[in-house]
Design a protein around this ligand. Structure first.
Ligand SMILES: *Cc1c(COP(=O)(O)O)cnc(C)c1O
Length: 392
């Protein structure tokens, strides 16, 4: 079964049990009752695979987990209440007090906070940050107590890539585990588990949900890891996924592949338009042949999603503000990956804490604008950008 067919049919054969309902019902219940003492006694012997209580396992949630595992070529998946619920669980699964983590400098902000500050303060876990562009950086960063390499490819802000296969090979030689945040590419365009990564995490709030109405996360990997994660990080920290939101994701998965194709086509057209515009100095989109790691992207991804950044030539904050405010289809907001196009400017939040000079020292120009390209017609999006750039 190909991905598109699987996302429509897989694991949904028992509609007879549901009176023939073409869409599986939502199991909106907290607990499951058993026939008698022996029946529940037996279920307790295998809590990972039995329906006892919805903090553990629920049929609406399990169905989506099965589909996501299959899509990512993993053995099993565990859904969480948010991407951060999934990310913190995956990291905690592989580390203990006094360990060391290697990760990339442009990792998603809250992931960075979790590793750099929370784990350091609570568990004395140290971390080393690398750009991730060269394998030697990882080699040099590894210490005797390194137990985890945490990847995000493409990463946040400027979308730089890591050579996943090479990092996995290095990690395996040293007995180090690997986790990758695969939210940007989605499991449609990148299959890191095929390259040997131990665990793959996603914020399902982005493309997997795709309609800006769900906050959720998932961890996918081998049965052994996911079962341990189920019993510990999921059951004990309790960031459980709700049956209703799982059901919304089930709906979203049916169109994931066709949505990703559309996001990709739209994003490429918009990126090409911006690249040729005189008021734009640079476009950071892994799908453009001019992207500095384009070859690596071609090697490890089968497509590109709709989130990217570009730099306006102007560094005048008032001008940048005018540009953003004069867009009409691109709404201003955080998050991305939904049906609607969005614009966000990193300077909005960074300038609260940093001076423009400090901001520039981070390697991100003041005029950096992030776009999430939605499912509108690319022609309308380009016309909108064109009128806003024309006013600069
Ligand atoms: C949004 C995001 C997350 C966090 O997901 P939430 O569902 O918001 O908790 C993690 N990684 C990346 C790359 C993201 O963009």
């Amino acid at each position: 079964m190909k991905d598109k067919t699987m996302l429509v049919h897989f694991s949904e054969e028992d509609s007879k049990q549901n009176h023939g309902a073409v869409v599986p019902p939502i199991y909106q219940n907290s607990l499951f009752v058993y026939e008698d003492w022996d029946a529940i006694d037996q279920a307790f012997d295998d809590p990972v695979n039995n329906f006892l209580y919805t903090r553990g396992k629920n049929p609406s949630v399990s169905l989506v987990e099965e589909k996501l595992a299959k899509l990512a070529h993993g053995e099993k998946a565990k859904l969480f209440a948010s991407g951060m619920g999934a990310i913190s669980a995956a990291i905690l699964h592989f580390v203990k007090a006094n360990d060391h983590i290697v990760t990339v400098s442009n990792v998603y902000g809250p992931t960075n906070n979790f590793i750099k500050h929370y784990l350091k303060e609570k568990c004395n876990i140290d971390s080393t940050y690398v750009s991730g562009k060269r394998i030697e950086e990882f080699e040099q960063a590894i210490q005797p107590n390194t137990t985890l390499i945490y990847l995000e490819s493409p990463s946040s802000a400027l979308f730089s890539l890591q050579d996943v296969e090479a990092v996995v090979q290095l990690a395996k030689q040293r007995g180090i585990h690997t986790v990758i945040d695969n939210t940007w590419a989605s499991p449609i365009f990148q299959k890191p588990l095929d390259l040997g990564v131990d665990l793959e995490v996603h914020s399902c709030s982005k493309y997997i949900g795709g309609h800006s109405d769900v906050v959720a996360g998932v961890v996918i990997g081998k049965t052994e890891d996911i079962d341990q994660l189920f019993l510990h990080e999921a059951a004990l920290l309790g960031a459980k996924m709700s049956p209703f939101e799982s059901w919304l994701i089930l709906r979203s998965l049916r169109t994931l592949k066709i949505r990703m194709k559309e996001h990709q086509e739209n994003a490429l057209q918009v990126a090409q338009y911006l690249e040729s515009h005189p008021k734009v100095s640079k476009v950071h989109y892994p799908g453009l042949p001019s992207f500095d790691q384009y070859q690596l992207g071609q090697k490890q991804m089968s497509g590109y999603s709709g989130l990217f950044a570009f730099e306006l030539r102007t560094e005048d904050v008032l001008e940048i503000k005018k540009f953003v405010n004069s867009l009409s289809y691109f709404k201003i907001g955080v998050s991305w990956g939904g049906h609607e196009s969005l614009v966000y400017v990193p300077a909005i939040s960074y300038l609260k804490e940093l001076t423009p000079q400090q901001f520039k020292e981070m390697g991100i120009s003041l005029g950096t604008v992030r776009l999430s390209i939605g499912l509108e017609d690319a022609e309308d999006l380009i016309a909108d950008l064109d009128q806003a750039l024309g006013d600069l």
